[in-house]
Design a protein around this ligand. Structure first.
Ligand SMILES: CC(C)(COP(=O)(O)OP(=O)(O)OC[C@H]1O[C@@H](n2cnc3c(N)ncnc32)[C@H](O)[C@@H]1OP(=O)(O)O)[C@@H](O)C(=O)NCCC(=O)NCCS
Length: 173
């Protein structure tokens, strides 16, 4: 059984299973995605999939009408009040799936699971992702300077966060 977290108009978010490993690895290593993330290896992903899901989850974004996978992301620190979103990757880009999937994820984390805070980090030059996160209400909280070594170059990460009360205020306004 593939546990559904939440369903929207076009997409649902469901827990990944072993049959999704190939999709997750292919998505991570696709050149258009790889430059924006630090990929996890297959053993790490398998351990998450086989875990009880209380601390980390691999999540598949699935199209409701076709049942096909449209993307993937990972959730961490689920056993704390402050959940982390990471490795957000949309396979079919530019269709509004990133926005819809993140809106669903925010609804699940704040309305269903009542987390206090969620946060994500993002490479400083990833303007599409930064635009998306900020337009959803994430606040830039700081810069982790030269924390990631990629092909011999140290890169900055921007940390963005959202509090439960900020999410609720946006919904009410
Ligand atoms: C970033 C990413 C998740 C966005 O997902 P998506 O489904 O393509 O994005 P959406 O279609 O929902 O669009 C979201 C916003 O980004 C903008 N956008 C999307 N693609 C764009 C592009 N190629 N150029 C400029 N803006 C773009 C859209 O216009 C939209 O903004 P708007 O609503 O203000 O018009 C996706 O591009 C991706 O997987 N990128 C590679 C991996 C990555 O960078 N992950 C994030 C790691 S922190």
């Amino acid at each position: 059984m593939h546990e559904t977290l939440i369903e929207g108009k076009r997409l649902k978010l469901r827990r990944a299973h072993a049959g999704d490993l190939n999709y997750i690895m292919t998505l991570q290593y696709a050149p258009e995605n790889l430059k924006f993330i630090a990929p996890f290896d297959e053993d790490y992903q398998r351990a998450i999939i086989e875990s009880d899901g209380s601390e980390r989850l691999d999540v598949i974004i699935e199209e409701l009408d076709t049942g096909a996978a449209a993307g993937y992301f990972m959730l961490r620190k689920l056993d704390s009040p402050c959940a982390e979103f990471t490795h957000v990757i949309i396979g079919r880009k530019g269709l509004g799936y990133g926005r819809e999937a993140l809106n669903l994820l925010l609804e699940w984390t704040f309305k269903v699971r009542k987390y206090h805070r969620v946060w994500i980090d993002c490479k400083e030059y990833n303007s599409i992702a930064l635009h998306l996160y900020e337009s959803l209400g994430f606040v830039r909280e700081g810069v982790l300077r030269e924390i990631l070594l990629t092909d011999g170059v140290y890169e900055n990460l921007i940390v963005l966060g959202m509090l439960n009360r900020e999410y609720n205020a946006r919904r009410e306004s």
